[in-house]
Design a protein around this ligand. Sequence first.
Ligand code: ZN
Length: 380
Amino acid sequence: MNKITCVYCKTPFSEPHDEHIIPNFLGGRKKSANIVCVKCNSEFGRTVEAEMSKQLNSLRVILGLLSSRGKKAPSIKGIKLKDGRIVNLNHGGKPVFAVPRIEKERQPDGTLCIKAFVGSEKQFKQIIKGHKRKGEIKNVAKVKGQEYIKEYLPLNLSLGGPDFFRATAKIAFNFLAILLSREEILSSQFDPLRDYIRKGEISKGASVWYDFDCPFALGTPIGPIDHSVAIACDPESNKIISWVRFYHSFCFRVEISNTYQGEKIGAYYRVNPIESKDSEDKWWPDDPNIFKKSFVHQSIHNMYEKMVEATGYILERWQDKSYNDITHEITEKCMQEVFGKPDGRIITEEDISKLAECIAERYVKFAFRLDSKANIKMNK
Ligand SMILES: [Zn+2]
């Protein structure tokens, strides 16, 4: 049998192993046996994918989504209510009390009335069995009722962190592995991303950021809460950029390469986890400037309203396309200054404020250098 080289550790292997492009637990059905060796696969499963699964689990449970193999998401256990009682949240968002509550009351006629608040038929039967054994009850009159939980369940819905980001980068790289030739995918331009996904090592060239607004369509939608991965390989800017979006809402941008010299390729793959459908096609970003702009440049664009007060003049320059290269350079420098190396964390609004401050300051310097008579208004 021919040996295949693992795109992550570059070790040849002969035991084929199906790798899902988008993980099975998210409903991804597209797979390839030419991507990952068994060793890397089990390592990823234990580490980065376990973290991603954990973080996305509450939404899977609430929405009652199945994996591509038809499995339910594991229940969320041990949610504490305000009155101290503990509930578990099952598939479809159904809360059940983790521990049954039992109230015993002696009636005036001498009979013992036992009230059991249970989460399931199974729990009920167990309780009855126990009391029968003790000889406390002979006959059971079962009354069905429902108790509603009248408060918000404190669920953890935060996404991000180094391991989650690595798993996100892996989805992008899995997809790239089936778009490029074997020779290309194994080339050294992707080594930084390989190191990042495998070991969490940050080196030049690989980064993942939370994308505040993913302003363009990542291919044709396939459902209201689909997961998608889109890739654009652009030889003109030498960039390969990927966007990975979960539940049509949480978008991450993965900078895969900035030394790309191959063919122009654009593609997307989407999964509809509700109906177990997927689709893929050729795709290209509808904003041609996407490769020229740095990601933070885009994010800051959202803060236009806030910044315009303090840096009206500067932003006019900012918006001028002829300054695009310079704005890009300034943005990059400020990114390095404020964030250091990309470390796979979520960028907060506070970070953006710091960055905006840094950029504004540099722009003032830049504008002075450009035109010393420029009328700069800095209203604080
Ligand atoms: Zn491997």
